[in-house]
Design a protein around this ligand. Structure first.
Ligand SMILES: Cc1cc2nc3c(=O)[nH]c(=O)nc-3n(C[C@H](O)[C@H](O)[C@H](O)COP(=O)(O)OP(=O)(O)OC[C@H]3O[C@@H](n4cnc5c(N)ncnc54)[C@H](O)[C@@H]3O)c2cc1C
Length: 134
């Protein structure tokens, strides 16, 4: 692992995610904060976020009843997706998509948009074209 944080090695089917990086970093920071809260603390956190979107009506309409969940702390989920540490995407990305004989690998983790549906779909197209390039 070099941790250089440079540009990821690209291959046909990969797309530039440069413009999405600041947004992704923000989302991951929010996830980490959410995961550190207790069940009770999450309500205030969620209400603050929803108030920014919908205004003060959120608090007046809140009944005090709800449910929250931390994916990372959920017993069976243990997270939402693989979260690469700095440098890991650069180092591991080429290997995640290496064809092994007749076996082709697809899935969000093989894309340059890990943890997103868009990455899963792009990887599906890439794997399909590997199998049938016509
Ligand atoms: C709670 C949550 C919220 C999310 N929100 C968003 C969002 O808002 N926007 C967004 O873009 N992305 C979101 N994602 C991420 C997105 O859902 C995933 O990135 C995407 O679904 C991954 O698709 P995939 O095809 O790579 O893998 P998956 O959808 O996980 O598909 C893998 C499939 O393989 C099957 N499987 C596993 N092992 C085997 C086996 N041995 N044999 C046969 N089948 C097997 C599984 O059952 C599963 O159906 C969210 C994910 C979660 C969990």
């Amino acid at each position: 692992m070099n941790g250089a944080g440079g540009a990821c090695p690209r291959a046909p089917g990969d797309v530039d995610v440069g413009s999405a990086r600041p947004r992704l970093a923000g989302v991951r920071r929010r996830h980490a904060r959410w995961d550190s809260l207790t069940e009770g603390e999450r309500y205030a956190f969620a209400l603050d976020d929803m108030e920014q979107l919908f205004g003060p009506v959120v608090r007046s309409e809140y009944t005090g009843v709800g449910a929250t969940q931390s994916r990372t702390r959920a017993r069976y989920a243990l997270g939402q997706a693989a979260m690469f540490t700095p440098g890991q995407l650069h180092d591991l990305h080429p290997a995640t998509r290496t064809v092994e004989g007749r076996v082709h690998f697809a899935g969000e983790h093989t894309s340059l948009k890990p943890a997103w549906i868009e990455g899963a779909l792009e990887s599906a197209v890439r794997a399909f074209l590997e199998v049938d390039p016509r």
